[in-house]
Design a protein around this ligand. Structure first.
Ligand SMILES: CCCCCCCCCCCCCCCCCCCCCCCC(=O)SCCNC(=O)CCNC(=O)[C@H](O)C(C)(C)COP(=O)(O)OP(=O)(O)OC[C@H]1O[C@@H](n2cnc3c(N)ncnc32)[C@H](O)[C@@H]1OP(=O)(O)O
Ligand SMILES: Cc1cc2nc3c(=O)[nH]c(=O)nc-3n(C[C@H](O)[C@H](O)[C@H](O)COP(=O)(O)OP(=O)(O)OC[C@H]3O[C@@H](n4cnc5c(N)ncnc54)[C@H](O)[C@@H]3O)c2cc1C
Length: 593
């Protein structure tokens, strides 16, 4: 913190970059403080509350986290059981964990690090429940960091990854906080206990939308780092004879290795541009919301949910492909890839479990489809839903951007229509609305993935057609964009072909094009990963080193393993030698052994 001040880092983005440089492979124990706690105080507190608490948070005089999930509920926020009951006599809220399942469970850094939490709890006043709201709660003594009386706090134990984050549990026993500790920008409780409701109940969900936007950028960061490691290693690693009797080939010269890695390289570039696009949309709509204009709130929610789920699923699958493409060394922590995977795969769950997030987007698409069928105007990003599904592809040998975007629009429009028609058919069969919805959610998930895929392809194409880029760079980026789109079609051909949108010749063109693009990209592959400019310190990888000295690095890494501190390990004296002595004393063992 002090170092950031000394270096004059003011923007959160710069501070985040500094934090990642300072702790390259472990998530900071202050990530939730900076990423959720402080921004939520800024966005959900009244001006007075923000003026009072935000400076304390930014100066780390107050260290907090976001405590919402409970043992029994994470996804279903309306089902949270922690209560905050207003006591007008004392002008306090009484926080309580009334059941075992209501114990807060998972909040990051709650176990040992933070002294405050933003707690999501069911608000009760004048005997009535008004749903979930956020409350600022001091959980540890500011003098000696002991747990405040009335609270039970602890660590939840080892996890798959996220080792730098002390995820914890927290139980309230009639714990009192001042009335003014409820974040009251949108909803209020007056001194007499009257409840003033917000313009939209979902405004209290704003912190989650913001983090989902950040996570899209995290999906890019983690996938691109794994791609840098795998591509660089594939340029160094020589294995097997590509030409009989010739020298062993760089594994990057095998078409199968190129087919594994180059689409992921293209995906990394596509996700970077999508994350930047998502951030720009978030910045605009969230500032509208802060000014009271909630019109585009549903569109932001739907896009943030969909992209967070789509990008983290694809990134995690892709990081695993990168690991496996490095053979045995990829499985070692020396490669750096297992840590990348372990720290990002949780993102498919936290900040909204991906399936549930996709279904939120699906729900929005279903409503937009109906509006489109009625001839109502639709937001620009959704207008493809009214695409004429009788049109066939005009794709030619050049696989133009226009024909590729048209293909993705057609696929998404068709799949949304299929899901919506199933939902409508279910209703016509007499199913209740919730059953008609549930019995169409599998096709809706597929349609929503197609919707997100279209957003990313169209965004990539739009940027290449709008940005001023030198011709040589534009040519290489166009190859990546075309590879991302064509590979996506080839890998999901059934969804594009189901209604005969492509003819046989066009399918052959696409299958040829994806292989041709691998050869086009091969000469620039290392330059394209170097362009991310990740320092070795950040990658923490013997395989992805800029200097390519892989075997030297692996040998030094292995020698530094703690198990090598002694030649003979204590386990020999404690277990192996006694076992062997016991065996050798046994009568039926031949002395010749
Ligand atoms: C911008 C970029 C700038 C760059 C700055 C970078 C520097 C920043 C500093 C450092 C950043 C570091 C960040 C790095 C990455 C992050 C690391 C994260 C570490 C771990 C964090 C994990 C934290 C957590 O997990 S917190 C807990 C998260 N929990 C959840 O997400 C719960 C998910 N569940 C829900 O959201 C809800 O339950 C939901 C939506 C599933 C259902 O809600 P509900 O039942 O109330 O509604 P419905 O009945 O389904 O729908 C009714 C209606 O409401 C609409 N709606 C729902 N939610 C929203 C919303 N959020 N916004 C708007 N509208 C919403 C819904 O669409 C329905 O609308 P209808 O019109 O009726 O259809
Ligand atoms: C690494 C990590 C860090 C975390 N940090 C925090 C934190 O700092 N603060 C915090 O409050 N929480 C945190 N969490 C908790 C996290 O937010 C929840 O785990 C997440 O919201 C998922 O909720 P859940 O665990 O209840 O999953 P569940 O919803 O119980 O998921 C179980 C299954 O049920 C399915 N499912 C649930 N609802 C539906 C539905 N409506 N339709 C279809 N399928 C459904 C899901 O798809 C999933 O397959 C963290 C979790 C992890 C893993």
């Amino acid at each position: 913190m002090d170092r950031m001040e000394e270096l004059g880092f003011r923007s959160e983005t710069d501070r985040q970059i500094f934090r990642e440089a300072a702790a390259p492979v472990e998530l900071s124990p202050f990530g939730l403080h900076s990423g959720m706690f402080v921004p939520t105080l800024e966005r959900q507190g009244t001006p007075e509350q923000s003026r009072k608490w935000v400076p304390l948070g930014k100066s780390f005089k107050m260290i907090g986290t976001y405590a919402q999930t409970e043992l029994g509920h994470g996804t279903f926020i309306r089902g949270l059981e922690t209560t905050a009951t207003f006591d007008p006599e004392t002008q306090e809220f009484i926080l309580d964990s009334p059941t075992l399942s209501s114990i807060k469970y998972w909040p990051g850094n709650v176990a040992k690090t933070v002294n405050h939490c933003l707690v999501m709890a069911q608000l009760y006043t004048q005997g009535k429940c008004h749903g979930t709201h956020l409350f600022l709660v001091q959980v540890r003594n500011m003098e000696d960091h002991t747990i405040m009386p009335g609270l039970e706090i602890g660590d939840i134990g080892p996890k798959l990854g996220f080792d730098g984050v002390d995820n914890g549990f927290m139980r309230f026993n009639k714990y009192r906080i001042p009335r003014m500790n409820m974040l009251m920008r949108y909803a209020k409780v007056l001194e007499n206990g009257d409840y003033i409701k917000p313009k939209n109940a979902k405004l209290t969900y704003g912190a989650m939308v913001m983090i989902r936007v950040f996570i899209v950028m995290d999906a890019f960061k983690t996938l691109s780092r794994a791609a840098v490691i795998a591509v660089r290693y594939s340029a160094v690693r020589r294995q097997s004879e590509l030409r009989p009797g010739g020298e062993e080939a760089q594994v990057m010269d095998y078409q199968t290795q190129q087919y594994k890695l180059f689409p992921l390289l293209a995906t990394s570039y596509a996700f970077l541009l999508a994350a930047e696009g998502m951030s720009q949309i978030y910045a605009k709509i969230s500032s509208d919301i802060e000014r009271g204009n909630l019109e585009d709130m549903p569109q932001l929610h739907a896009l943030a949910c969909g992209l967070k789920a789509f990008c983290t699923w694809v990134a995690c699958e892709g990081i695993e492909v990168c690991r496996m493409s490095c053979g045995g060394h990829g499985y070692s922590h020396a490669s750096g890839i297992p840590k990348i995977y372990a720290n990002i795969v949780g993102a498919c769950t936290y900040e909204g479990e991906n399936t549930v997030m996709m279904l939120q987007t699906a729900r929005y698409l279903s409503k937009c489809y109906i509006r489109g069928q009625r001839g109502e105007s639709l937001p620009e990003l959704i207008q493809y839903l009214t695409t004429d599904l009788n049109v066939k592809s005009t794709l030619g040998e050049d696989c133009s951007f226009e024909s590729l975007v048209a293909a993705y629009s057609h696929r998404a429009a068709r799949m949304v229509a299929v899901a919506c028609k199933l939902q409508q058919t279910n209703k016509k069969k007499g199913m209740a609305g919730h059953d008609a919805w549930n019995k169409s959610t599998v096709p809706f998930i597929a349609a929503t993935k197609a919707h997100c895929h279209l957003f990313i392809v169209r965004n990539f194409v739009t940027i290449l057609s709008q940005k001023k880029i030198d011709p040589a760079t534009h040519n290489v980026l166009s190859q990546l964009c075309t590879l991302y789109a064509v590979y996506g079609i080839v890998e999901n051909m059934g969804e594009f072909m189901q209604d005969g949108y492509f003819n046989q010749d066009q399918v052959s063109i696409l299958n040829r094009k994806v292989l041709a693009l691998l050869e086009d990209i091969r000469p620039n592959a290392v330059a394209l990963v170097d362009a991310f400019d990740y320092p070795d310190h950040l990658l923490q990888s013997c395989l992805g080193r800029y200097d390519g000295q892989v075997y030297e690095a692996l040998y030094e890494y292995s020698k530094s393993s703690p198990l090598n501190n002694t030649d003979i390990h204590s386990s020999y004296y404690n277990y192996i030698r006694p076992m062997m002595q016991k065996r050798s004393e046994s009568k039926n063992i031949s002395a010749k052994l």
